[in-house]
Design a protein around this ligand. Structure first.
Ligand code: SF4
Length: 335
């Protein structure tokens, strides 16, 4: 189902002359670990598969590769997002999916009937299907807009969980959004654009309007901000993944908190997980400068508010909620 690009992988391993090759796989690609490792071995490299999670191209394992002495990282499942200043070479293997999107698209058409102009987007796994999806929409009588590549994405119409540049560029020209992919990406698109958003999910051949669910996410964010207004002590989290590290933003958050006469400390974390933070019982609230989706997806499992930087500004009275809704939750990682 996935294009593993094993021939390209072998060519790159041979060309690099790498002895050790660190392979990064998202969870969905782990069943192919043996196949991929064999390709690396066949090209003369020693394959080492990283077992830690890898959720995005923000998480290129430069530190792990250096520790292992790997000269090459084979990063699967994402398009290139970052220029790493130093360290091992990285090849990105996008793992495009060979899956029929027609049935999910046809189900989405009935949900899109009330809308004339549709903004279309998808993840890198289906980006090759965007032309086909556009023609299906046009045949059904819609106008279609696809935003140009920009921000952290490599292709026109592509979105990431934290980058909706392609949709924000066209949001004023469209009546609704169609996302080919998962609910995670569709909800992000709805929050980023404020437009009615339909998901066409080709894995399960279903379509769904996610706008109400996105509104529920925003209601939870509003409640978290309100709760944080009463907090006296804060932990400001700095993400250690290369594409998530926003140390300057974290230091700025610390300054704002101290100006507001709150107690605050910086916390560095590779994985921002409730169980790792639970014992910081001295902290009433957390500020998350790493992946913004951790805050948006938070269902209360951190046991206290987990605010983004802009949400903190709202909690401190330095920004209006409406302004936050306009600015969105998706400033580029690393910014
Ligand atoms: S920062 Fe979060 S949403 Fe963005 S690519 Fe990384 S894991 Fe995905």
């Amino acid at each position: 189902m996935f294009s593993l690009e094993l021939e390209r992988l072998k060519d790159e391993v041979r060309a690099s002359g790498a002895g050790k090759v660190l392979i990064q796989l998202p969870f969905g690609l782990r069943p192919y670990a043996i196949e991929i490792a064999k390709a690396v071995k066949g090209a003369g490299g020693l394959p080492i598969v990283q077992a830690d999670p890898c959720y995005g191209a923000c998480d290129v394992a430069a530190w792990a590769a250096s520790t292992l002495g790997a000269e090459l990282i084979a990063h699967y499942g994402h398009s290139k997002m970052l220029e790493l200043p130093s360290g091992p070479a990285v090849i990105y293997l996008e793992a495009r999916m060979d899956i029929d999107v027609r049935e999910a698209l046809e189900k989405a058409l009935s949900l899109l009937e009330p809308y004339s102009t549709i903004g279309l987007a998808t993840t890198v796994q289906h980006i090759h299907a965007i032309g086909f999806a556009s023609s299906v929409l046009k045949e059904a009588g819609h106008d279609v807009r696809i935003g140009r590549a920009g921000g952290l994405v490599a292709y026109d119409g592509q979105i990431l969980g934290c980058d909706f540049t392609t949709l924000r560029a066209i949001r004023d020209q469209v009546d609704a959004i169609l996302v080919i992919g998962s609910k995670f990406h569709a909800i992000g698109a709805s929050i980023a654009t404020g437009k009615p958003t339909v998901m066409a999910n080709p894995y399960e051949c279903i379509a769904e309007d996610v706008s109400r669910e996105a509104a529920r996410v925003l209601a939870r964010r509003y409640a978290s901000i309100q709760e944080a207004r009463g907090a006296r002590s804060f932990g400001v989290i700095v993400g250690l993944k290369p594409g998530q590290m926003k140390l300057q933003q974290a230091i700025r958050a610390l300054e704002l908190l101290r100006e507001a006469e709150k107690e605050a400390i910086l916390l560095a974390a590779n994985e921002v997980r409730p169980e790792y933070l639970a014992d910081f019982t001295c902290l009433d609230a957390l500020v998350n400068t790493a992946c913004p989706r951790l805050s948006l997806e938070d269902d209360g499992s951190f046991g206290r508010p987990l605010l983004t930087f802009l949400e903190l500004k709202v909690a401190l009275g330095l920004m209006e909620w409406e302004e936050l809704c306009r600015a969105g939750w998706f400033a580029a990682p690393g910014s």
